[in-house]
Design a protein around this ligand. Structure first.
Ligand SMILES: [Zn+2]
Length: 237
């Protein structure tokens, strides 16, 4: 126990430098929220008919809200599930349309995918997205400042990945336990990106989630959407 407390203390001392380096690396994209007892769970690559409904049930069981970075082509295919995500209080966000890494290097294609993604999310969920995460976190020729200026979308990376693509639920639980801190933005997945070279299943995410949520509750972290995480004044969690 002493060992793990010591590790936690060292980790919290090193955290500001780590987060600063991470944000710099991602061209000043958002990598964490304010230092208060709230965290943002984020789910990429959905919606999917196999995993999103179960993930929604697990979140609902503990009253947690999350942000879903949706692929436009999956929103098109699973419009009903995308609507369920928003109806249950979660936030839809942009993860472009085809999950093609190369898109970030082709500004004309990128722009079209971005516009199409915003349009389909807005049409299906009746909610305009406020955040974007690039597939594979690859920014290519794009810059967060330009995207925010033109599309009013803030680019979000993550504080740490749950490593749920490695398909080992126990390791996902341990990873989140070890890395969680106030204001953290956690990467998880509720679908599989079309061109993703990693996991073809999200069974590990579904299996790990109830324990992850229990841990967050036990540590008194409010599980909120990204818009809530960055809310100020009376709206802050
Ligand atoms: Zn993705």
């Amino acid at each position: 126990m002493l060992g793990s407390n010591l590790c936690q203390s060292v980790a919290s001392l090193l955290r500001p430098a780590y987060l600063e380096a991470l944000s710099r690396w991602y061209r000043r994209a958002i990598v964490c929220g304010p230092d208060r007892p709230a965290i943002a769970l984020t789910f990429d690559d959905g919606p999917s008919s196999q995993w999103t409904p179960e993930i929604l049930r697990a979140l609902d069981a503990v009253g947690a809200r999350a942000t879903f970075f949706m692929s436009g082509d999956h929103v098109e295919r699973h419009a009903e599930i995308a609507r369920d995500v928003v109806a249950q209080g979660h936030e839809p966000a942009v993860h472009l349309f085809t999950h093609d890494r190369a898109i970030a290097d082709d500004s004309a294609r990128f722009r079209k995918e971005l516009i199409d993604s915003i349009e389909i999310i807005e049409r299906v969920t009746a909610r305009r997205p406020a955040f974007i995460r690039f597939p594979f976190a690859y920014l290519g020729k794009q810059h967060p400042d330009h995207i925010e200026a033109e599309f009013d979308l803030r680019t979000v990376h993550w504080s740490f990945s749950s490593m749920d693509s490695r398909r080992d639920a126990d390791r996902v639980v341990t990873r989140v336990q070890r890395w969680l801190f106030p204001g953290a933005i956690v990467l998880l997945h509720d679908g599989v990106g079309v061109s993703s070279a990693h996991a073809r299943t999200r069974d590990a995410t579904v299996a790990a989630l109830p324990t992850v949520l229990d841990d967050c509750q036990r540590r008194k972290f409010a599980m909120v959407t990204l818009s809530e995480l960055f809310a100020t004044g009376d709206d802050a969690p």
